[in-house]
Design a protein around this ligand. Structure first.
Ligand code: ACM
Ligand code: ZN
Length: 764
């Protein structure tokens, strides 16, 4: 009892200090520190300032800080080994003596006379990153730094960013820039996705063909995967990092307190490797590095010579990368070739394995044994849980959080990177105004809302959640500018999720700080998305239950918004938006943001389809998958149809499961047509339903079937599936759309559960 109350009081006082003091100040640090106190005056930083260090690491920290000063302000401080003779105008980098701070923590005390920094090796570096964010955004050779007392440490140990360099290759200079971005936001892990079907990007001395042949492809898909037929350019595309490049980058990252986790994909996503060494496949090939995105059936065959090859590769990889973890991939491994391979089938028998899933587990376990024998650990995508987890493996949970939860419950370490919040290759704003992305929709607000520790874990199990990271797959990211655009500002939000105490996190507080922070991104000439300023048109219920209520929101402070409902472009003479308004018929809403009477944003428009179901109560027997569930069940009656190219926002997605929805029309109504809007995009594993059934009820309990359509009838209609019948009266309508279940042979994703996408149900 005593200790609980004690903790409670401490918490209250921390909150109190934080809220009151932080509010009074004008800093806009990201991530928000644990504790900030303002004090009087400024410290003057100039070329007269001396930075005192006492360890080689902190000397390097000081040198990096100086490089930054020189780049952005044109001067450097002096750097000297610590001296007992104390002078003014100096910055002390001191190893923490009494060790009261958490790992990677620091204290930063800025007074007019001196700056004192204490912390462990990383902590001292992070204190200097904090100072960088306190510097002015204009070049000056004497800088006033406002005085603060800051105590700070991270919430999670794994604060990561991933980058796929296989689909597109980025030069070493950009990899260093990427590492700089991470360091600026106190991220500490760079997951480098070095191999995949489209290119092998790391020099391996023992197998030179991996880069000579596997490093290049003979063309690249033009445009989006969903467009058919697929068209390709004929430009040979590729590149790779030499072992010298890699050593240079590892040194660069280490100096910035960043660990690189290299990823060598196996047993799938390996066409580039097989193009060079087809003997490690089941069929012998030939193969080529893929010009197309996706998942491919040809994978490594678990032969002795394949293991020898992979062990040789991993030996060179471990010699280059000193970190604890080696990522061995493990995701999206079709089992088709293993099913047909005599060797694989004999191995399944010999090892007493149940099936191909256990063969994958056997594969990963063997690799783990080898990696463990060298004193390292493996981490893999959550598919490595299937068929049994290797004894010491860490799991990267990407298909949702279930994999992470399952692994933590088995006492395995976990890094969270679910597609619901952490995929920075998804759209971050309205696709109409955004560059081509793979699909999906993850706004900066959505990233900020992410809570990496699942509540279903016990306190002890929660310790296995190392942290989280964002994944940056680059199928549609061909330039370094676009990489920057896709990670900013979402990475700023993620950095705060991973660093700042949970109780201090507030979107309402973060949003203005982020908007202020945009000038910091401008100062660093970072290319970032301003989708935060997009106007978002949403709909909700009306008090009468008829039609929908339309709201327009903006993250801009005090926005001046005008709108029209007659199809014309909004001007300052149109309706001024002051709050939600109601619409009862099909209406196109157009809106824009104005400042001093001039239009400052794009024109955003939304067509509303209003019918008897619009705005009504709707319930689902089973909620949509967390990845595609942005608006919940109401999405299906909000009067808004999903856009194509789809980006997740207006769609509900059901993975391997049916849609079963009940709409309550409020009173008995008559109708002759029900339309179910669905999506078919087989390249994205989204399949039209195999059947749709509609039931009606007067009391919400007893239903009778009204109409059904089979697969052929649905395919013929395609998108808006109409069920037409004689005039019927009822209050409750139940709609069942049947998922096809597993994706059939010969189609992308064969054997995996299919997605069913539904965006609207209309009753007329
Ligand atoms: C993944 O996104 N295939 C890990
Ligand atoms: Zn085989």
């Amino acid at each position: 009892m005593k200790s609980i109350r004690f903790k409670f009081i401490i918490l209250i006082s921390i909150l109190f200090i934080h809220v009151n003091i932080a509010k009074a100040s004008n800093y806009f640090l990201i991530p928000e520190p644990v504790s900030v106190k303002n004090s009087e005056g400024n410290f003057e930083l100039s070329d007269k300032t001396i930075i005192f260090y006492s360890t080689e690491t902190s000397k390097m920290d000081a040198e990096l800080f100086n490089e930054y000063l020189f780049q952005y302000y044109g001067f450097k401080t002096k750097i000297e080994v610590v001296s007992s003779f104390k002078k003014g105008n100096c910055i002390w980098l001191e190893p923490e003596v009494n060790k009261t701070l958490a790992a990677e923590g620091y204290s930063l005390n800025i007074s007019p006379e001196e700056i004192r920094i204490q912390g462990d090796a990383s902590g001292i570096f992070y204190a200097l990153q904090t100072i960088k964010q306190l510097l002015p955004l204009t070049k000056q050779n004497k800088i006033n730094i406002p005085c603060y007392k800051i105590t700070d440490y991270p919430r999670y140990a794994w604060r990561g960013m991933h980058l796929d360099v296989s689909r597109h290759f980025f030069p070493t200079a950009f990899i260093k820039k990427y590492i700089d971005f991470l360091a600026l936001y106190k991220m500490n892990t760079f997951h480098w996705h070095l191999t995949d079907d489209q290119g092998w990007r790391i020099e391996i001395k023992k197998y030179p063909k991996l880069t000579e042949i596997g490093g290049y492809r003979n063309g690249t898909l033009i445009g989006a995967y969903r467009n058919s037929p697929h068209q390709y350019d004929t430009i040979r595309y590729g590149g790779y990092y030499t072992q010298n490049d890699i050593k240079e980058i590892v040194t660069y990252a280490t100096a910035r307190h960043i660990t690189i986790v290299p990823e060598i994909e196996m047993p799938g996503h390996c066409l580039a490797a097989l193009s060079a060494y087809p003997q490690f496949s089941c069929t012998g090939g030939p193969f080529e590095a893929s010009k197309l995105w996706g998942v491919f059936d040809d994978v490594f065959c678990p032969k002795e010579e394949t293991f020898k090859f992979l062990e040789d590769v991993l030996t060179e990889v471990m010699d280059l990368f000193p970190g604890k973890y080696i990522h061995i991939g493990g995701d999206e491994v079709p089992k088709e070739k293993w099913k047909k391979c005599a060797y694989c089938q004999a191995l399944i028998k010999k090892e007493g394995l149940k099936d191909e899933a256990e063969l994958q587990s056997y594969f990963i376990k063997r690799i783990e044994k080898f990696v463990n024998s060298k004193g390292r650990n493996i981490i893999g995508w959550d598919e490595i849980l299937e068929g049994g987890l290797a004894p010491n493996a860490a799991v990267m949970s990407w298909r949702g959080t279930e994999g992470g939860v399952a692994a933590a419950k088995q006492n395995h370490y976990v890094v969270m990177s679910p597609g619901s919040h952490c995929y920075f290759d998804y759209y971050q704003g309205n696709p109409k105004f955004e560059p081509l992305a793979i699909g999906g929709y993850i706004s900066v607000e959505k990233v900020y809302s992410y809570e990496p520790t699942p509540t279903e874990l016990s306190v002890n199990e929660q310790k296995y959640i190392l942290g989280a990271q964002a994944n940056v797959w680059t199928e549609y990211i061909g330039t370094t500018d676009k990489v920057e655009y896709m990670i900013f500002p979402r990475m700023c939000a993620l950095a705060e999720v991973l660093w700042t105490p949970k109780d201090y996190r507030s979107w309402e507080a973060f949003k203005p700080r982020l908007i202020d922070h945009f000038s910091y991104l401008d100062f660093h000439k970072i290319n970032y998305s301003k989708a935060l300023f997009d106007l978002v048109i949403n709909s909700g219920k009306t008090p009468s239950g008829n039609g929908v209520s339309v709201s327009i929101s903006s993250d801009m402070p005090n926005p001046d918004v005008y709108y029209t409902i007659d199809g014309s472009d909004p001007t300052i003479f149109s309706n001024k938006y002051t709050g939600p308004f109601y619409i009862l018929t099909n209406t196109k809403v157009k809106t824009a943001l104005f400042q001093t009477n001039a239009r400052k944003s794009n024109i955003f428009e939304q067509q509303f389809y209003v019918n008897k179901a619009s705005g009504k109560r709707i319930s689902l027997t089973k909620q949509a998958h967390e990845k595609y569930n942005n608006g919940g069940a109401f999405t299906l009656v909000d009067g808004i149809k999903g856009v194509i190219p789809w980006y997740g926002k207006e769609w509900l997605g059901f993975l391997g499961e049916n849609l079963e929805a009940v709409i309550d029309l409020n009173k008995s109504e008559s109708f002759t047509k029900i339309t179910v809007d669905v999506l078919g995009d087989e390249n994205s594993w989204i399949h039209l339903p195999k059947g749709i059934k509609v039931f009606v009820s007067k009391d919400g309990t007893n239903y009778k079937e009204l109409k059904s359509l089979n697969k052929e009838e649905i395919i013929k209609q395609g998108r808006a599936i109409e069920l037409i019948f004689d005039k019927t009266s009822a209050r409750y309508i139940k709609v069942v759309a049947e998922n096809i279940g597993k994706i059939p042979e010969g189609m992308p994703g064969a054997g995996e559960p299919a997605w069913l996408f539904v965006d609207e149900i209309s009753v007329e």
